[in-house]
Design a protein around this ligand. Structure first.
Ligand SMILES: Nc1ncnc2c1ncn2[C@@H]1O[C@H](COP(=O)(O)OP(=O)(O)OP(=O)(O)O)[C@@H](O)[C@H]1O
Length: 697
C-alpha cells in the first residue's frame, strides 16, 4: 500500500523482508553465542555468588526462549533519524556486546508503543513484523513523519474507535488454542501507560470484558521485574487469580516473557491447608466475609491472654538461684505486648507467637536484673535457658497460651458465650447464630470448614505470625473479592504495591464489595488511582453491544465498552434444543469452540454431545483450559470468567440466570467470552434487556 503509509507485504522476494530475514538469522546466531557465554559463566563457577546467580538466571531465560521455537527474537522496529532499533522480548547483543535487539521494557522501546503521527516522539517509522510458525512472513510500516493520521490511526467508521493495523487485528483474531499468549508485540498506548506505571504506584484497573486487563497485569509484572530487577527478585512478585482453571490458562504468559520467578496462586491458596468440607448458608457467608470479623477474631485470639493476679508472682531458677518476678511487672509486659499484637497490620511490630517468646524473655531478664543488683552475673545463655524453663512455660500457658488458628476459630464457633464476648457490639444475635456450630467436632481435621473459614483462619494466622510478604502483587478478577479476602492479600504486601484488575459489571460473588474504593481500602492501599480501560479487543462489536444492554441493570455507573473491531454475523440467536445444530455449524470453523452452560447442566451437555459423536473436554476447576485438539470444551458458567474461546455457544441462558443470585452478572460474563462468534441457544430465555429487538439467527 505504497503512498498510504501502510505496507502489508507478504511477497517472498520483497527486499525488505529479505533484509529483515537475514537480520533475524544474525540475531539467532547472537542468541546462540549469548547462550554459550551464559553457560560458560555458570561452568567457571569461580565468580562471586552474584555473577554465578546472574549467569544461572540468564541461562534459564535463554532456555525458556529456546524452548519456544515459535517465539521470534524481535517483533518490531523503530527508525529514529540516526538509527533503527529492533524491539523484542529481551535484549540481544552481538559478540562485541553491541545491542542488536532491545528489550520491549527498556525506556527507549516505549516509543514503539506510544508514538503516533500526531506525536511521533522522534520516530520516522514504526514497523511491525508478522510471523508464521517462527518464520518472518510479513511486515507493516507506519510512516510517522506525515502530519495527517495514517490509515492505521484513522477512525474509519466514525464510531470513535481508531482502526488498528492489519497485523494487530490479525494478532487479536489469531485462533485461540491452548493457554493465553502474550501481547507484547501489540500492546496499545492506553495499556502501555498502565504496564509502565511506576512501581511505587498502586493501580486499580476497571476494564470492560476483553480490554486486556489480564494481559496488562501480567505484562506489568514482567515490566516491573525488568525495571526493578534486584528489588523485586528479592521481595517477590505474586499473581493472584480466581481459580485453578484461570491460573493454568495464564501460566505460560510470564515464562514466555522470560519471567519464571513469579508465584501464581488463588486467594484460597494463601490460606492454611485445611480441607473444605462444607458450604456456608448465605447468612453465614455474609457474616464471615464481613470486615467486622477481623475485630471479632482478634478479640477471640486475645481472649486467651490474661494478666496475672497480684498474688501470682513468677518464681524461677536462673543460674542456680531462685528469683521472684512480681506479678504486676509481668502484667505490665502482657498489656504492652497485647496492644502491639492487635495494632493495625501496617503498624504491627510483633505477632502473637513471637510475643509469647518475648514475654518469656522479659520474665527471665527481670530475674537477671535482680541477680545483677545482688552482685551476680547470669550469662545470656543462662538467661535464655531460664526463659525456656518449665516454670516460665507454666506461667505462659496461663497468661499467654500458645494457640493455633483452627482452635481459635473452632472455639469461637462452638462456644456461644465466647462468641458473644468476642462479637459484642459488632455482630447481632442473628449474625452470631449464623456462625455457630451445633457441636464441636472431635477432630478438627474433620471440622466442617468452609471456603470463607479458610480466609478467617488466614486472618488469625496473620495475627499469630508475620505472613510471607511480596514487593508487588497483581490481583486479577478483583471485583469478586470479599473484604476478608482483600485483607488476606493486603497483609502480604508489607511496603510493596499492587496492580488490581477487574470489572465491577462481572462481580458475581454475592459478598463482593461493589466499589473500587472499598476494595482498595481493604487491600490496604486506599490512595490507589482507578484507571479505566474501555477498548475491548476480544469481543466483536456486534456481541459486546448486545451484552452491554445488561449494563444499566448490573453496573449502572459504568460506561459501555467500545469494540476495537466489528464482525458482521458474529452473533446468532437460536431456540432451545438447537445445541447440536449450533455446534455442527461451527465444526469446520478455525479455532476453539466452547459450550458454556449452567454448572449443573454440565453432565447432560457432555452426554448430549457424546451421543451425537461430538468429542468434548470438560473444564474442571483443577484442570487446565486446554482441550484435546478438535474437541469442544464444555465450560461450567461458574468457571468461564477470565477465559475466552474463538467460538462460544451459550446454552440455555435462563438456567444460567436462575442458578445464582447474581445470575445477570454471570450472564454478562458468559456472553463476553467470544473472540469470533457467539451463539445463544435457548435465546427465548434471555432476560428482558436482551430479547426485544435482538437479531434473530
Ligand atoms: N493489545 C493487544 N494486542 C493483541 N491482543 C490483545 C491486546 N489486548 C488484549 N488482547 C487480547 O484480548 C483478549 C482479552 O484480553 P484479556 O483476557 O487480558 O482481557 P480482560 O480484560 O482480562 O478480559 P475479562 O474481563 O474477560 O477477564 C486476549 O486474548 C488478549 O490477548
Amino acid at each position: 500500500m505504497a503512498g498510504s503509509g501502510v505496507d502489508v507485504s507478504p511477497a517472498p522476494r520483497d527486499p525488505v523482508l529479505e533484509a529483515e530475514g537475514a537480520f533475524l538469522e544474525h540475531v539467532g546466531e547472537c542468541l546462540a553465542h549469548m547462550r554459550g557465554t551464559a553457560e560458560a559463566l555458570v561452568d567457571v563457577g569461580g565468580d562471586a555468588y552474584a555473577s554465578e546467580r546472574l549467569g544461572a538466571l540468564r541461562a534459564e531465560r535463554l532456555r525458556s526462549l529456546a524452548e519456544l521455537p515459535d517465539v521470534p527474537a524481535f517483533f518490531g522496529r523503530i527508525d529514529q533519524p540516526e538509527r533503527a532499533l529492533h524491539i523484542g522480548r529481551r535484549h540481544v547483543i552481538d559478540e562485541a556486546g553491541d545491542p542488536q535487539v532491545i528489550d520491549w521494557r527498556a525506556p527507549v522501546s516505549r516509543t514503539y508503543y506510544q508514538a503516533s503521527a500526531q506525536d511521533p516522539q522522534g520516530l520516522l517509522l514504526r514497523r511491525r513484523f508478522g510471523f508464521s510458525r517462527g518464520e518472518l512472513t510479513s511486515y507493516e510500516d507506519e510512516d510517522l513523519t506525515r502530519t495527517a493520521p495514517s490509515p492505521i490511526e484513522q477512525d474509519d467508521d466514525g464510531d470513535g474507535t481508531p482502526a488498528l493495523g492489519s497485523l494487530v487485528v490479525a494478532e487479536i483474531e489469531r485462533p485461540r488454542s491452548g493457554p493465553m499468549r502474550d501481547i507484547v508485540a501489540t500492546i496499545q498506548p492506553d495499556q502501555d501507560d498502565i504496564v509502565r506505571a511506576p512501581l511505587e504506584e498502586s493501580v486499580c484497573i476497571q476494564g470492560a470484558p476483553g480490554t486486556g486487563k489480564t494481559a496488562v497485569g501480567l505484562h506489568r509484572a514482567a515490566f516491573l521485574l525488568y525495571s526493578h530487577a534486584e528489588r523485586l527478585r528479592r521481595g517477590g512478585v505474586l499473581v493472584v487469580g480466581p481459580n485453578r482453571a484461570f491460573l493454568s490458562y495464564i501460566d505460560q504468559v510470564l515464562p514466555a516473557l522470560g519471567e519464571v520467578d513469579v508465584t501464581q496462586c488463588t486467594v484460597a491458596d494463601l490460606g492454611p491447608d485445611v480441607t473444605v468440607r462444607a458450604t456456608d448458608t448465605p447468612a453465614a457467608e455474609a457474616v464471615k466475609t464481613d470486615p467486622r470479623m477481623a475485630e471479632v477474631l482478634a478479640r477471640a485470639l486475645m481472649s486467651g491472654v490474661r494478666e496475672p493476679n497480684d498474688a501470682d508472682d513468677v518464681v524461677l531458677d536462673l543460674a542456680g538461684r531462685r528469683y521472684r518476678v512480681r506479678a504486676h511487672r509481668v502484667a505490665a509486659t502482657v498489656r504492652t505486648l497485647a496492644e502491639k499484637v492487635v495494632a493495625p497490620a501496617a503498624q504491627r511490630e510483633i505477632y502473637y507467637a513471637a510475643a509469647r517468646t518475648r514475654l518469656a524473655r522479659a520474665i527471665a531478664e527481670d530475674a537477671r536484673r535482680q541477680g545483677e543488683a545482688a552482685g551476680f552475673t547470669p550469662t545470656d545463655g543462662e538467661t535464655a535457658r531460664a526463659a525456656r524453663s518449665k516454670d516460665v512455660r507454666a506461667v505462659l500457658d496461663v497468661v499467654w497460651p500458645a494457640r493455633r488458628a483452627v482452635d481459635v476459630l473452632a472455639d469461637l464457633y462452638s462456644d456461644p458465650t465466647s462468641l458473644a464476648r468476642a462479637a459484642e457490639g459488632l455482630l447481632d444475635t442473628d449474625e452470631q447464630a449464623a456462625l455457630t456450630w451445633t457441636a464441636r467436632p472431635r477432630s478438627l481435621a474433620r471440622a466442617p470448614w468452609t471456603a470463607a473459614d479458610v480466609v478467617l483462619l488466614d486472618e488469625i494466622e496473620g495475627l499469630l505470625e508475620r505472613p510471607e510478604a511480596y514487593e508487588h502483587i497483581v490481583v486479577d478478577e478483583a471485583q469478586d473479592l470479599t473484604a476478608m479476602q482483600c485483607r488476606a492479600i493486603g497483609r502480604r504486601l508489607a511496603t510493596g504495591s499492587l496492580t488490581v484488575l477487574g470489572d465491577l459489571a462481572q462481580a458475581t460473588h454475592p459478598c463482593s464489595l461493589g466499589q473500587w474504593s472499598t476494595v482498595m481500602t481493604h487491600l490496604g492501599r486506599p490512595e490507589a488511582t482507578v484507571r479505566p480501560l474501555t477498548m475491548g479487543y476480544r469481543v466483536p462489536g456486534e456481541v459486546i453491544d448486545f451484552a452491554a444492554q445488561l449494563l444499566p441493570s448490573i453496573a449502572p455507573g459504568l460506561p459501555a465498552p467500545r469494540a476495537a473491531r466489528r464482525a458482521p454475523g458474529a452473533l446468532r440467536l437460536r431456540p432451545a434444543g438447537d445445541l447440536l445444530a449450533a455446534v455442527v455449524e461451527l465444526a469446520d470453523r478455525e479455532g476453539s469452540t466452547a459450550v458454556i452452560c449452567a454448572d449443573d447442566a454440565v453432565a447432560s451437555t457432555t452426554a448430549t454431545l457424546a451421543a451425537a459423536g461430538v468429542g468434548s473436554t470438560l473444564l474442571g476447576s483443577d484442570e487446565g483450559a486446554v482441550a484435546k485438539a478438535g474437541d469442544v470444551v464444555v465450560v461450567p458458567a461458574g468457571l468461564a470468567k477470565g477465559l475466552e474461546h474463538d467460538h462460544v455457544v451459550v446454552l440455555d441462558p435462563a438456567d444460567i440466570l436462575a442458578a445464582e443470585p447474581r445470575g445477570l452478572q454471570r450472564l454478562y460474563v458468559v456472553l463476553t467470552r467470544a473472540v469470533t462468534s457467539l451463539t445463544v441457544v435457548g435465546a427465548e430465555g434471555l432476560p428482558a434487556p436482551l430479547s426485544p429487538g435482538a437479531p434473530a439467527s
